[in-house]
Design a protein around this ligand. Structure first.
Ligand code: URA
Length: 428
């Protein structure tokens, strides 16, 4: 491989020039091996954030990150594979009902997931509230589970896109996370290396998401769909609303409970709508475009698939979920119509109650979080419960309540809340 001086690569991007394939291959490889220093990569990431990358540069950057580690291969499974990735939001528990629902149709769902950082929850943290369940699964166990249970939700092994692992941690502390080329290449390098045949991206838009506007979300979605398609993965994206929390719960065990309601044929309408929309896309990507996922929630097939998936990873699907030591009810302040409930404020308050972590090393409280008793559009009465805060550390209530200041808007009765569809757009 041709080598370069790291400073020349930084200067090229600082001055707005396009990096060559050889420069990109070298800088990612050398950074992974510790030859490019952290401060040099930080400067390069900031230059990319400020000056952007062309479609060709993003594709090469992604390929170089994939090449930094191993690639998984599910070709021997004998069934199609399909996966979903969400860019993260508040109350986004969709993977929990979705993976077993799709697996109940004989499709393999290898779902490598992460832990939460900041106000967005992590799928692994949620599942770890189930007694006995473990996130770490070897590649051989993963293949076995995909053959049997059909779905596996687990932590990505350290060998998958190690360049991204290092770079993401660096971006987190250098103000370089919010950069479409870097987000797109980070997500897609892991998804392409994972070896799925089809991929559905749930790109969140709104206060509780990375992308605050439809325009930036659309650009991120387009970039990721192009990367996936160019790499031979059938990829589509849905842009979905994250201005208000998804469902009625934010917090680990609370979200597992709500997911079980969906798997039992009930659950909040928005969680059901998004689960079904993403299931249809995943099934279509796996060649089952004509299949209707609705009956599998009603007749228990998806729940059976969930139980197999949980048991295969050591979990007890019948064990009671943890409950919080302390609760505090927040009452509705005035009669009217709830027209707004801010996702970011609810997410930050849930995090403050113990549902999330501030640093990677922190632990989370399984039972902490927020349960909503009303969603935008509901008629509410003063004094009724608006939400219940859950925590094991009651000293956190005061700060959580401060975070919730201004989180809701109650308008006079008869007001119609702004129409905001849950599914805003589809990008293929
Ligand atoms: N998730 C990732 O995996 N990478 C990013 O850059 C942002 C979100």
């Amino acid at each position: 491989m041709q080598s370069f001086a790291a400073v020349d690569v930084i200067i090229a991007k600082r001055d707005g020039r396009e990096l060559s394939d050889a420069q990109i291959d070298w800088v990612i490889d050398a950074y992974t091996r510790g030859i490019v220093a952290e401060e040099q990569m930080a400067a390069l990431a900031m230059a990319v954030l400020l000056n952007g990358m062309t479609r060709g540069e993003i594709a090469r950057w992604t390929a170089a990150m994939i090449a930094s580690g191993e690639r998984m291969d599910f070709a021997g499974l004998g069934k199609p594979t399909t996966d979903k990735h969400s860019t993260g939001g508040v109350g986004d528990k969709i993977t929990l009902p979705l993976a077993p629902l799709v697996a109940s149709f004989g499709v393999a769902v290898p779902q490598l997931s992460g832990r939460g950082l900041g106000h967005t929850g992590g799928t692994l943290d949620k599942l770890e509230s189930i007694p006995g369940w473990r996130a770490s699964v070897s590649t051989a166990e993963m293949l076995d589970q995909l053959r049997g249970a059909g779905a596996v939700i687990c932590a990505a092994g350290a060998g998958l896109a190690p360049a991204d692992r290092k770079l993401y941690a660096l971006r987190d502390v250098t103000g370089t996370v919010e950069c479409i080329p870097l987000i797109a290449s980070s997500i897609m390098s892991k998804k392409i290396a994972e070896g799925t045949g089809a991929l559905v991206l749930d790109v969140k838009v709104g206060s509780g998401a990375f992308m605050k506007t439809v325009e930036t979300a659309r650009e991120l979605a387009r970039t990721m769909v192009d990367l996936g398609t160019d790499a031979g993965v059938r990829t589509v994206a849905l842009l979905t609303d994250m201005s208000t929390p998804l469902g009625l719960t934010a917090g680990n065990a609370l979200e597992v409970r709500e997911s079980l309601e969906v798997l039992a044929g009930g659950g909040p309408p928005d969680v059901v709508e998004l689960t079904l929309a993403l299931a249809r896309e995943m099934l279509a990507g796996a060649g089952l475009a004509d299949v209707d996922p609705v009956p599998a929630l009603a007749d228990g097939r998806a729940m059976d698939s969930w139980r197999r998936m949980i048991v295969a990873q050591g979990g007890d699907p019948d064990a009671p979920l943890p409950t919080s030591r302390e609760q505090q009810v927040v009452p509705v302040p005035a009669d009217g119509v709830l027209v707004g409930l801010d996702a970011l404020k609810v997410g930050v308050a849930a995090w403050r109650l113990g549902a999330g972590r501030a640093r990677k090393e922190d632990t989370v409280q399984a039972a902490a979080g927020i349960e909503l008793h009303a969603k935008p559009g509901a008629v509410v009465r003063a004094g009724e419960p608006l939400m219940t805060l859950h925590t094991d550390t009651p000293a956190a209530f005061e700060a959580a309540l401060a975070d919730l200041d201004g989180a809701w808007v109650i308008a006079p009765e008869g007001t119609r809340p702004a129409d905001r569809p849950l599914i805003i757009d589809r990008i293929a």
